[in-house]
Design a protein around this ligand. Structure first.
Ligand SMILES: Cc1cc2nc3c(=O)[nH]c(=O)nc-3n(C[C@H](O)[C@H](O)[C@H](O)COP(=O)(O)OP(=O)(O)OC[C@H]3O[C@@H](n4cnc5c(N)ncnc54)[C@H](O)[C@@H]3O)c2cc1C
Length: 275
């Protein structure tokens, strides 16, 4: 859609784009959401894609994802063989309810900063214990845990003018065993719930990440694999106002699905090869 309040597009932002930020600005990444809704408060768009940040930098410490990495490029990434959790990347990209345009243009950072409950890049990076590097207009940078970034439906910890620069996924998380479950009302629909469980290789722990069914990601960490009632207790402890309501599911439906799939994940990780 035409954004008729925009008077300027910064096509060549400075290396540290946050330094130029002023009221009425918005970071432009893939634009798949920005151009899909009226933006009456915006005057200028700052094109982050022009900065040509490295999309994907694998290394000994793990995987660094530039905020402007597209979903398409992340999907095409071939993980090293010992990154056992690598298939979660594929599953999370496929969880996108996306048209051709969204698939090719939407970015990892844009998806995270949109902070929608069904944001699959949020699910992925929270489950893989990622951190986000944020740049502020005063030149400072800070690192926040992915789990702490989204605070509610379309809400996050970004302060005015802050930009998400990169996501870091640690190697130890990429080497974990993983199981996931997702439910949608229609085959290509938006996620009603999206859960990921991970476990240290050779260990008996469980890190369960609950998203899409909740307004913000919720994580349940168990040092040893809980039994079914223990897991149920953890889910029951999720505050009632955190369950999300939209046309894809009521809070009760989402709690029910979460309980059901969490138990499936527990069993899958319990039964699987512990090596
Ligand atoms: C048909 C369709 C289907 C969709 N399906 C889904 C879905 O299944 N799940 C879902 O979560 N969303 C969905 N969306 C919403 C949206 O397209 C995605 O969330 C997408 O990933 C946004 O990424 P983008 O790069 O296009 O962001 P943009 O539209 O460019 O930006 C989105 C917002 O994030 C801000 N932003 C972007 N990058 C940064 C950054 N690096 N730092 C700080 N702020 C930044 C922008 O200023 C803007 O406010 C859908 C949209 C459409 C049109």
């Amino acid at each position: 859609m035409d954004l008729n309040t925009i008077t300027e597009v910064a096509r060549r932002p400075s290396e540290h784009p946050a330094a130029d930020w002023r009221e009425g600005d918005a970071w432009l990444a893939g634009g798949t959401w920005l151009f899909s809704a009226e933006q009456p408060d915006l005057r200028r768009l700052i094109d982050l894609t022009a900065l040509r940040w490295d999309p994907l930098v694998p290394g000994d410490k793990g995987l660094e994802i530039g905020a402007t990495c597209t979903i398409r490029d992340l999907y095409a990434f071939a993980c090293p063989g010992d990154w056992t959790a690598g298939p979660l990347i594929t599953a999370s990209c496929e969880a996108f309810l996306s048209s051709f345009k969204v698939w090719n243009a939407a970015t990892v950072g844009g998806n995270i900063c949109m902070s929608l409950p069904a944001g699959p890049m949020i699910t992925l990076t929270v489950a893989l214990e990622a951190t986000y590097e944020l740049w502020a207009p005063d030149g400072s940078t800070r690192t926040v845990e992915a789990l702490a970034f989204v605070t509610g439906d379309h809400r996050n910890v970004l302060t005015p003018g802050e930009v998400l620069r990169r996501v870091r996924i640690p190697a130890h998380a990429l080497r974990k065993r993983a199981a996931h479950r997702r439910f949608t009302l229609t085959r290509l629909g938006r996620s009603t719930v999206f859960l990921i469980g991970t476990q240290t290789p050779g260990g008996n722990d469980l890190l369960l990440t609950v998203t899409a069914g909740t307004t913000r990601p919720v994580q349940l960490a168990f040092d040893t694999l809980p039994d079914a009632p223990g897991l149920q207790q953890g889910i029951d402890a999720i505050p009632s106002d955190v369950w999300f309501a939209d046309p894809n599911g009521t809070p009760d439906h989402r709690r029910h699905l979460t309980t059901y799939f969490a138990e499936e994940i527990r069993r899958e990780l319990m039964d699987g090869d512990p090596s």
